[in-house]
Design a protein around this ligand. Structure first.
Ligand code: S3P
Length: 424
């Protein structure tokens, strides 16, 4: 099915890019990072690292707005700016950075936009306290917050109680600066980019026989050259646009195929679409080409255990449910309520606006399909994944979908509209 469909590329993976930038910033020596996405979230990470004294030079930018960067590592010698650091809309930036700063001798205030200020931060403050780090949160447990880093932190045992890669990663970054052995236990079955990039930057971090992640600190990353694969969570929107239309096709190349991120391919198959995956490179972050052919879809049930592997794709799965015969059910996904918006409510409100029947619960939603779609105006709540999911709905259902804030896609996929237009 791939022979006649022109392949599309998507911007580099933002989860991977945040981590590569932070490790390069802590490294000794200069790292060359290729295919770094120029979405606003990754620009936020660059801005905060520069504010901490790291030199990041942009070597080139291609037509897709993709950057090649040289990062001159600080060797760990960060400097505190006199003013609060603005992390924009990016939860990964603020939470991972809190981990980086937790075991360095600086006091820094971290802040973000209105959406980021509404998101929970006790989930990082509590585990980072195990390193003797004091984090003063705003009332309500949110940003802005002050990190009083502890340069004399000792390695420690930390249990991650929220199934969140951001929390796990914050603890792993803190362990790099602590003296002695840290063991990280608990909810670790989330995306594993930090573990893989630690390896790429020469950091020893291994799972012991009980599955705990063990880091002997302090460790300084070694500068390296690294190319970021395309973002599979961005590709998902293009693949879904094809999946929902019988006979339509989309081929995305050079996209990340990390096993902790590709559960969505299986979801597309369960809905009834045809999916082909060709891995091309086994590097620290596997990558390759994915092709999807659309079909008449039937409803699926997403089990709670699947949620961490699909967390960013759940609104899009709800949209696909509207095209599928039967009731598509997502449960065990209360985390959706604390994303860039309350994605259970924003999804349901947007779906109803175009004629989709949805019921919500505390931790998920049910969608009845196939919907009798009609034109509608969508309140995105400034949430990029809601905007992209409903642009896909509009295209696949051939209805006019008016987004109140189409620009919000820029945090992860600035050229999204053009890429969606190129799906056959
Ligand atoms: C991310 C982890 C996920 C995901 C977010 C990026 C990461 O968040 O939703 O888009 O890069 O670690 P949680 O860790 O809060 O689940």
């Amino acid at each position: 099915m791939t022979a006649t469909t022109p392949p599309i590329t998507v911007p580099g993976d933002k989860s991977i890019a945040h981590r590569a930038l932070m490790l390069a910033a802590l490294a000794r020596g200069a790292s060359r990072l290729l295919n770094v996405p120029a979405g606003l979230d990754v620009l936020s990470t660059q801005r905060v690292l520069r504010a901490l004294g790291v030199t990041i030079l942009r070597q080139a930018q291609d037509d897709n707005g993709v950057d090649e960067l040289i990062v001159h590592g600080s060797g760990g010698a960060l400097v505190a700016p006199g003013t609060p650091i603005d992390c924009g809309n990016s939860g990964t930036t603020i939470r991972l950075l809190a981990g980086v700063l937790a075991t360095r001798g600086l006091t820094v205030t971290l802040d973000g936009d209105g959406s980021l200020r509404a998101r929970p931060m006790r989930r990082i403050a509590a585990p980072l306290a195990a390193f003797g780090t004091q984090i003063e949160l705003s009332p309500g447990g949110t940003a802005p917050f002050v990190v009083h880093g502890n340069a004399h932190a000792r390695g420690t045992q930390v249990e991650v109680v929220v199934p969140s890669a951001q929390v796990k990663s914050a603890v792993l970054f803190a362990a790099l600066g602590a003296h002695g052995r840290s063991r990280v236990t608990g909810q670790l079955a989330t995306r594993d980019h930090t573990e893989r990039l630690f390896d790429a930057f020469g950091i020893a971090c291994a799972a012991d026989e009980s599955g705990a992640l063990v880091v002997d600190g302090p460790q300084t990353p070694q500068a390296t050259d690294f190319s970021v694969p395309g973002d599979v969570s961005s590709a998902a929107f293009l693949l879904a646009a094809a999946a929902a239309v019988p006979g339509a096709r989309a081929v995305v190349e050079d996209v990340g195929l990390n096993p902790t991120r590709i559960a969505f391919f299986d979801v597309l198959r369960r809905f009834g679409a045809e999916v082909e995956v060709h891995a091309s490179d086994g590097g620290p972050e596997p990558r390759g080409r994915v092709a999807v052919r659309g079909a008449v879809l039937h409803a699926i049930v997403v089990e709670p255990a699947e949620v961490p592997g699909l967390i960013d794709e759940l609104p899009l799965i709800g949209v696909l449910g509207a095209f599928a015969r039967g009731t598509t059910v997502v449960s065990g996904a209360a985390e959706l309520r604390v994303k860039e918006s309350d994605r259970i409510e924003t999804f349901a409100r947007a779906a109803r606006a175009i004629g989709v029947e949805v019921e919500t619960s505390e931790d998920g939603f049910s969608v009845h399909g196939p919907a009798r779609f009609h034109d509608g105006a969508i309140v995105t709540a400034g949430d990029h994944r809601i905007a992209m999911a409903f642009a896909v709905a509009g295209r696949a259902a051939e209805i006019a979908v008016q987004l109140d804030d189409p620009e919000c896609v820029a945090v992860s996929f600035p050229n999204f509209a053009a890429a969606l237009d190129s799906v056959a």
